[in-house]
Design a protein around this ligand. Structure first.
Ligand SMILES: [Cu+2]
Length: 158
């Protein structure tokens, strides 16, 4: 895993590694209060003055119904947006994703080189180890609170 800052580069081996990590089973929650949960949430540390940081997490859905993720926000940033990465003719670009499906009993992965939470204009200096509260918005109006840690590299599963 590289130690660089937020980049949108093609990293197939890294993505494969994350997919392999995704096999873990999710706990089945009480259907009455069933809600998706975020794991391994982190934000890529960036140099002071950076105007956009990328956030990553694995969102698991233990419920029998699907959800749709529509937006992200944080009180530590002026603006948040869901991005997805597309590769055209070998060139990687990112674009705004207005909605991302989270299948029933499935997972949605935000990961380097793929979908990510684009966090723009930080309101405070964010250093390695700092915690940031992110809020994912679902199409049904639910909000998922995520506590992300600022790190240089992706966390490895314990
Ligand atoms: Cu982006």
């Amino acid at each position: 895993m590289g130690s660089g800052y937020h980049r949108h580069m093609n990293a197939p081996s890294f993505i494969l590694g994350l997919l392999l990590l995704a096999g873990a089973s999710a706990a089945v929650a009480n259907p009455a209060t069933c809600t998706p949960v975020a794991e391994q949430a982190w934000i890529r540390a960036a140099p002071p003055g950076a105007t956009a940081l990328a956030g990553y997490a694995v969102l698991r859905n233990p419920c029998a119904k699907p959800f749709v993720v529509t937006d992200v926000s944080s009180s530590d940033f002026a603006m948040g947006m869901i991005h997805e990465t597309i590769v055209e003719k070998g060139v990687s670009r990112m674009r705004h994703a207005k909605s991302l499906p989270l299948p029933a009993r499935g997972a949605l992965k935000f990961e380097p080189g793929g979908k990510h939470m684009m966090l723009m204009h930080p309101r405070r200096v964010l250093k390695e180890g700092d915690k940031v509260r992110l809020v994912l918005k679902l199409a049904d109006g639910q909000k998922i609170n995520i506590d992300a840690v600022v790190r240089r590299d992706a966390p490895t599963k314990p």
